[in-house]
Write a protein that binds this ligand. Structure first.
Ligand code: FES
Length: 111
């Protein structure tokens, strides 16, 4: 089973988390079941960008993003070439290293 590494993120997972995943599982669902409360304001329907993540390793193993996801990603805070929406991105059969950006467009974490 692929191993998913969530890099330390000050607010959501200060120590980082390493978890095993089943191919086909979304990055968001893996995070949520691991206790990492990534925002998902549109309830995983590809209509917000609050679940934005950056795939630091393993990006090429993923199925390409669709047009809708790309359109939404354009609005994400801190967009990078390896950005994805975690609710739309399913794990393939390779390990991934995931970074969760500090902020979202909601700025809900900005206190
Ligand atoms: S939860 Fe809204 S796009 Fe992923």
């Amino acid at each position: 089973m692929p191993k998913i590494v969530f890099l330390p993120q000050q607010d959501l997972c200060p120590e980082g988390v390493v978890v095993e995943a089943k191919p086909g599982e979304s990055i968001l669902n893996i995070a949520l079941r691991s206790g990492i409360k990534i925002e998902h304001a549109c309830e995983k329907s590809c209509a917000c960008t609050t679940c934005h993540c950056i795939v630091r390793e393993g990006f090429d193993s993923l199925e390409e993003s669709g047009e809708l996801e790309d359109d939404m990603l354009d609005k994400a805070w801190g967009l990078e070439p390896e950005s994805r929406l975690s609710c739309q991105t399913q794990v393939a059969d390779e390990d991934l290293v995931i970074e969760i950006p500090r902020y979202t467009v909601n700025h809900a974490r900005e206190h």
